[in-house]
Design a protein around this ligand. Structure first.
Ligand code: FES
Length: 106
């Protein structure tokens, strides 16, 4: 089996809502992970691109946080349209979606 062309990790880590660091589960990470899964099914990514849930990626203040490999590009998508843009332009189009980047990480 060949390695994946892209691997998408979405943080879904959950902390108590009084934790000063915040967490991706409370900032929409679960929805973002589900949207990537749905996009993958609709686009026929099986065996080529994999979308996984992840624990804390240590940039909690920018959550929900997503990292795409092999490029190592960090995104902070907030909406289903943001996820679709990453799928259209980065995963399928090879373009970095600059307006969704996590500031200072790329
Ligand atoms: S809780 Fe998501 S990056 Fe830390």
């Amino acid at each position: 089996m060949a390695a994946y062309e892209h691997h998408i990790f979405t943080c879904i880590n959950e902390r108590d809502d009084c934790d000063a660091r915040g967490c991706c589960a409370l900032s929409g990470g679960l929805d973002v992970a589900a949207w990537f899964k749905a996009e993958g099914k609709a686009r026929g990514w099986k065996g080529r691109v994999r979308a996984n849930k992840a624990g804390c990626l240590d940039f909690c203040e920018f959550g929900p946080v997503v990292v795409v490999y092999p490029e190592g590009v960090w995104y902070s998508p907030r909406t289903q349209a943001d996820v679709a843009a990453i799928c259209d332009r980065h995963i399928d189009g090879g373009e970095i979606v600059t307006e969704l980047l996590v500031p200072g990480l790329n």
